[in-house]
Design a protein. Structure first.
Length: 280
């Protein structure tokens, strides 16, 4: 049986690579230190593959009837997509996929009642480019990307996302080879409102409240209180990316998260930070 050796969730806002120098110097340093620490933790876990969950940002799917979850099934991924290169300010990269694991998720997810879409061709923007830049800078850990619909109504509910995380964890445990080491990585959030009326604001109170819920290790309270409506109040069009974090929480059960860093990074237009769940 396989094993999820670590679960991690972190913000992926493009300012972290594109214009970090606009933030106050002390905040820049704390974010670099925090994201580098998350990278150290990821690499220390010695994963065979990362399964990622992130907002698609309407990059690959049309406005009408996008899939809630689409698993990338290619052997090789390239990033970032051309339009995002100058904006993200990261080098072009290539990262391996894991077609066998991706197909297992699609097949066994269907048997468990979760209908995953799948694709061999997905464009990457900040959703993967930013976290991989810090977590696996050599791009030497294969990635199975799962692109989510986090912004186009009707959104998947928090309960549906949580169930997806439960199913992924069960598939890894029961349908994958012995001693296969998997990291589950959710990216997106925290509070931000890209291009909206709160674009130049960060809802620090919401962010710290949400992080405290994860630290408490009470999934039912998260599902009850961290509603889509509450996310939208903290920043419409972006904060609901935290649905990816709730999906990751489905894989960890009642484990308590550990916050590695948090900064209300107004200059980056986003609450920035991340948490880890130790799975041992």
């Amino acid at each position: 049986m396989g094993e999820i050796v670590l679960t991690i969730a972190l913000a992926h806002a493009p300012g972290l690579t594109g214009w970090l120098d606009q933030a106050p110097q002390d905040q820049q340093q704390r974010l670099r230190d925090g994201y580098q620490e998350m990278g150290r933790i990821v690499r220390a876990a010695k994963p065979d593959t990362i399964i990622g969950l992130a907002n698609d940002h309407i990059l690959n799917f049309q406005f009408d009837n996008p899939p809630n979850f689409c698993i990338g099934t290619a052997d090789i991924w390239h990033g970032p997509a051309p339009w995002f290169k100058d904006w993200l300010n990261v080098p072009d990269y290539t990262v391996k996929g894991n077609r066998d694991l991706a197909h297992t998720l699609v097949r066994e997810g269907d048997r468990a009642g979760v209908r995953f879409a799948y694709s061999d061709s997905l464009l990457f923007d900040d959703n993967w480019s930013v976290p991989l830049f810090y977590l696996t800078p050599d791009h030497d850990v294969p990635l199975v990307p799962i692109h989510m619909n986090c912004i186009l109504p009707p959104l998947p509910t928090p309960a549906e996302c949580f169930r997806v995380g439960e199913v992924i964890a069960e598939i890894v445990r029961t349908r994958r080879p012995a001693r296969e080491r998997i990291i589950l990585m959710a990216t997106g959030g925290l509070s931000h409102d890209p291009g909206g009326p709160a674009y130049f604001n960060v809802d620090e109170a919401f962010d710290r409240w949400f992080l405290s819920l994860l630290e408490e290790g009470n999934p039912q309270r998260v599902l009850k209180e961290a509603t889509i409506e509450r996310m939208k109040q903290a920043g419409d069009g972006g904060t609901s990316e935290l649905l990816a974090w709730i999906a990751a929480m489905g894989a960890v059960g009642g484990r308590r998260a550990r916050t590695i860093c948090y900064e209300p990074a107004v200059e980056l237009r986003c609450g920035m930070g991340g948490v880890v769940w130790e799975m041992a």
